[in-house]
Design a protein around this ligand. Structure first.
Ligand code: PLP
Ligand code: ZN
Length: 461
């Protein structure tokens, strides 16, 4: 077996599989899979600082990529197998204006802008890795179910690389237009399923089980390897100092899971001396993780977590036809596929879970935009979560905090415009049903006659 392999995360199983097998669950016990490494066979740098050398050799596409310049920490492919389109050129922005709004001290709050990726969301960090594995196994067709960003990301990798075709499954009516327009533009075959995201994911898994189609959802363990690098870049942005907190929105929980794995490995390798705490923020209308962890006391428990508890939670959800519902469509997911891995991440990172309302999410999103580069609604959940955790005293004003802004502001312009415009019809249609009735950060345009005196008067000059 090579120095890297796939391994079942269940402690009673731990079955291992070759890298070139195409799996999205353990064939023996059905649990999730990890990519694991025999670290003594990998030339891992002695210090994270050594990765900085690659800034000077960035004409090499592998050194330019914000994912693959850390390739010793995700060394499953050979260099020549890597599919990269220049992902991961993202910025860690210190934001003192926002810090003061949320009761943090100056110099403590940082925003990690993953919207700067080629397709406008963090998904590209994972899709470069999944596309690489798809190439390693010679896949001809790739597929995913998506609330929007996964499809945009897979479609751009398929389009730019030309290595495979791609099919994306989306739910009906729920997708933000910025994201749908990308899948269509990049040439993906787009199937709109009559159902929601959870349905679309169940169907794409069935199709991929029956046909030789390579699945790129976050049950794909290779994808999560790429997403680890978001944490490496944050550490790099902080001069390799470990922050106190990482806040991330929780949807399918792939990010949360990969962040936990990243820190677990860095600590094991002696590359960091402590692990930051993780706060996973759900939307109140899609809060499975929050409910199970905070109200049913579900825990990782060394991998022996309570499968019956999870099953009965889903049974009740199905019985009541309880569907995920939030304006933050990227996290509108009731059956997070990486739930168990996220439990592990919570243990590794001494993490907490909270959920925030759509009102809190859209206000936080608007506040970020008014003080920073902006982001889509799901990403706003991080700042809304930070406000909660500050109010509870869980996060201190002096803690060093990084919020991962997962997607670009322009992904969902409809919602932004409805929030700002003050158009009662638009608001009644889009925002009121989600419980959003107040608009403290609205900045509506001013209608004015086509006349210089009227314009001057409107400006109060
Ligand atoms: C996919 C996505 C999420 C959810 O991430 P998970 O890894 O599924 O928890 C959050 N925000 C945005 C913008 C996304 O595209
Ligand atoms: Zn197993």
């Amino acid at each position: 077996m090579s120095h890297a392999f796939q391994q079942c995360i269940h402690p009673d199983c731990q079955a291992t599989f070759d890298l070139r097998q195409i799996l999205t669950a353990c064939p023996t016990c059905g649990s999730l899979l990890d990519i694991q490494y025999n670290w003594d066979e990998v030339a891992v740098p002695k210090s994270l600082k050594e990765f900085e050398k690659r800034w000077s050799t960035r004409l090499n596409p592998l050194d330019f990529s914000g994912v693959w310049r850390f390739r010793e920490l995700l060394s499953f492919p050979k260099d020549e197998e890597i599919v990269t389109i220049g992902e991961g050129q993202t910025i860690l922005q210190k934001n003192d204006r926002l810090a003061s709004h949320v009761g943090m001290n100056p110099g403590t709050l940082f925003l990690q802008y993953e919207g700067q990726n080629p397709s406008g969301s963090f998904k590209d960090n994972g899709m470069t890795a999944a596309s690489t594995h798809a190439r390693m196994v010679g896949a001809k067709i790739t597929a995913c179910a998506s609330t929007g960003n996964t499809s945009a990301s897979l479609a751009i990798y398929a389009g730019v690389s030309g290595l495979f075709k791609c099919v994306v499954f989306i739910g009906s009516g729920k997708i933000a237009y910025g994201k749908l327009s990308q899948a269509l533009d990049y040439g993906a075959t787009t199937l709109q399923i009559r159902g929601d995201f959870d349905d679309a994911l169940a169907r794409v898994r069935e199709v991929c089980d029956r046909h030789p189609i390579y699945l790129c959802n976050s049950v794909n363990p290779f994808r999560l390897e790429g997403q680890k690098t978001i944490m490496y870049r944050i550490l790099e942005g902080l001069g390799w100092e470990v922050p106190d907190w990482i806040l991330v929105p929780g949807g399918n929980l792939g990010n949360s899971s990969s962040f936990g794995k990243a820190f677990m490995e860095l600590k094991q390798l002696g590359l960091i001396d402590r692990i930051p705490r993780l706060a996973i923020i759900n939307a109140a209308g899609a809060s499975t993780l929050d409910s199970l962890v905070n109200h049913k006391d579900l825990q990782w428990n060394d991998g022996k977590n309570d499968a019956d508890l999870i099953r009965s939670y889903y049974d009740v959800m199905d019985r009541d036809d309880n569907r995920a519902s939030t304006l933050a469509s990227a996290i509108e997911i009731n059956r997070p596929v990486n739930l168990v891995k996220a439990l592990r991440a919570l243990t590794v990172c001494d993490g907490v879970v909270r959920s925030v309302t759509d009102q809190e999410i859209v206000d936080a999103r608007a506040m970020i935009a008014a003080n920073g580069f902006g982001c889509e609604p799901a990403s706003g959940a991080t700042i809304a979560g930070l406000q909660r955790l500050r109010a509870e005293g869980v996060i201190a004003a002096s803690d060093r905090v990084v919020c991962v802004l997962t997607g670009h502001q322009l992904k969902d312009p409809d919602l932004t415009v409805a929030y700002h415009m003050g158009d009662p019809r638009k608001r009644a249609e889009k925002l009121h049903p989600a419980g959003v009735t107040e608009f403290p950060f609205a900045n509506p345009p001013i209608a004015v006659d086509n006349d210089v005196d009227a314009i001057v008067a409107a400006l109060g000059l």
